[in-house]
Design a protein around this ligand. Structure first.
Ligand code: IPE
Ligand code: IPE
Ligand code: MG
Length: 246
């Protein structure tokens, strides 16, 4: 496995977990079997990230656009999500991990919301990694809803137009309080963002791998993190400024 510097890990890692359906179809299996196998990869990545000391892990689990999939797949995904959360909460407690949910909760089925509320409440006091699940999430939807919330606060006299800065705007997003991701991994070979964290990814290092999510192993995970550690994050500065630390 690639050696990792413990002090150069991303503070916030975000993942677009893609390729479950193709993984299954290549094996003549139903797409849902791919999602079930994908859930095993989630377990591994969550455990690894928390053990490595990554503070924030955000997983794209279901997009606003995924509602357009065949209803049978949508239903199966919701059931799988509920089962996963129920089954894993004890492990989250043991590993001191706190759940956080972003996305349009009002579109999710009632029973899923109830499970999410229970898991969020139960893990609320945990002080280790924050595991954010993006569910019924779309970046553009999030940004427009933030704008609507700001408009309401302005009408209520709680906010003035002069207060609108990059930092205050960020506080109105679902991710308010979370740092921006340092590193984004997308599996399955697609080179796009698919409406994920549009605002927050402004300066994130991007990593794409051909591997489908169910095949993403611990070795590949470490390889991706090692790749992150080899990058020079300049944030608009020159390389000299970064290496000479001024
Ligand atoms: C990712 O795998 C899981 C979700 C989007 C819910 P896909 O289901 O998108 O798999 P592919 O892209 O069809 O292979
Ligand atoms: C992105 O994957 C959403 C999730 C991983 C949950 P999709 O498979 O839905 O992305 P597109 O539509 O192919 O871009
Ligand atoms: Mg896909």
């Amino acid at each position: 496995m690639e050696p990792l510097h413990p002090d150069k890990l991303p503070t916030h890692l975000a993942i677009i977990m893609d390729g479950n359906g193709r993984w299954a179809q290549q094996r003549m299996l139903k797409r849902i079997v791919g999602h079930q196998r994908g859930a095993e990869t989630v377990k591994m990545v969550v455990e690894q990230a928390s053990q490595l000391g990554i503070k924030y892990l955000t997983l794209f689990a279901f997009s606003s656009e995924n509602w357009s999939r065949p209803p049978i797949e949508v239903r199966a995904l919701m059931t799988l999500l509920k089962k996963y959360i129920r089954r894993e909460t004890a492990r989250m407690m043991r590993n001191n991990i706190r759940y956080n949910i972003i996305g349009n909760r009002s579109d999710l089925p009632e029973d899923v919301n109830q499970t999410l509320d229970e898991a969020t409440l139960e893990t609320a006091g945990n002080t280790g990694m924050v595991l954010t699940l993006a569910l019924s999430y779309g970046g553009r939807q999030e940004i427009s809803m933030a704008a609507a919330r700001m408009a309401r606060d302005m009408v209520a006299g709680k906010l003035s137009a002069d207060d609108v800065t990059v930092d205050t705007f960020a506080e109105y997003l679902d991710t308010g309080g979370l740092p921006d991701p340092d590193f984004l991994i997308r599996t399955s070979g697609e080179m796009r963002i698919s409406n994920f964290l549009l605002w927050q990814l402004a300066y994130t290092e991007l990593y794409f791998t051909e591997t489908n999510w169910p095949d993403f192993t611990i070795n590949e995970f470490h390889k991706a993190l090692a790749d992150f550690q080899s990058r020079e994050r300049r944030f608009g500065k020159t390389s000299d400024q970064i290496t000479k630390r001024n």
